[in-house]
Write a protein that binds this ligand. Sequence first.
Ligand code: PLP
Length: 426
Amino acid sequence: PTRADITYFGAGPAALPTDVLETAAQALLDFNGTGLGIAEHSHRSELATNIINEAKADLVNYLDVPAADYDIIFMQAGGTGEFAASVYNLVGAWVARQHAAILQDPLDGATEEGVLASLRHRIKQDLKLDYIVTGGWSLKAYQEAVRLLGPEHVNLAADARTINDGKFGKIPDQSTWSLSKDAALVYYCDNETVDGVEFPEFPSVLAPREDGTGPIVVADMSSNILSRRVPVRNYSLLFFGAQKNLGCTGVTVALLKKSFLPPTTPQPSPALLRKLGLPIPPIMLQYETIAKNNSLYNTLSIFDVYIAGLVLKKLLKTYPDKVDGQQAVAEKKASIIYAALEAHPDVYRIVPDKSVRSRMNICFRVTKNGNVEDTEKAFLKEATGLGLTGLKGHRSVGGIRASNYNSIPLEGAEKLAGFIDAFAMA
Ligand code: PLP
């Protein structure tokens, strides 16, 4: 088959728009008539800086990021690296705040030993990170925090499996979340790619208070960024790998509140962290370092940022009302696919609860004939024959998963819905 024959529903890396790839293919050979390809130009060149700055500006524009208060950082850590980076950096910020407060104290702050003793005491008593676990990815982030800090500092504030027979598929009521007082962070995953669970909206229990203070919220938006409006101000940090809705694999974006960077919050020194028995961040995961160098502390793949920039330009061109325009399309596509599944309840079982169904990763089982495994194999084979590919569920949960990312056109969603209907009727 050729590209034109395929609608690719893979969960990530996802399909990219063909015109973006055509432009990028040419740029790999010769970027803008320079005689040198985009992946060959120095990351220290002016053109590389321009690509970074333009991608940042377009992201700010498309998502309405309050740019005076937020920094955009390109990294290579993947979502997985951000599980660790969020811990290191926000624990560092927590220590910096405690340190500053102790220095104000006439007793504890008077001597170096007093400061250290007081910091150690506060860490032991008060350092807590809260995790809302609603699927495989937030579980991995929680496990990484436990690995880095030890279980005594990590609070499983909610575990969706406890309300759904040990499986993911629901989001526990916010009134049951056991949030710590002044946690160093409260973490959740906005869209669980494997389990098809998406937060329908920002969890109100984490909203900032009237005076602007409130919990330090971190969210993983790897698989739904750019598909709906984000109340950026509610977050201290949000991050996403590019390889679903933004671009190709290889670049990860962190959107960080500037108050977590110097001059407001300088990270504690490695020497201090060592004395406190806290982990020292690898320099590549320290936001302060990367931000100070406009994402060029070390060799960044400018090609990946370039692709992301092309996708953003295309989105801005396609949708005059920016992310709201894409949001309407994403909702429409998802509702067409869910409606096709719901029309045949004897054939399909949608995995997550209706209230938390993802618009991006549509997870279902094909229960027709009772023999689910064989029927799903037949479903996948027939779908592939029609050019509907990448539909196999994640290996950890099985079933079918249609990833309805931004690059899936409306016609692609309609074609899948038509097949879902035809397979059920056959
Ligand atoms: N978070 C979410 C929601 C994801 O879907 C993924 C990957 O699919 C990750 C994190 C991990 O990203 P990476 O493979 O880039 O480390």
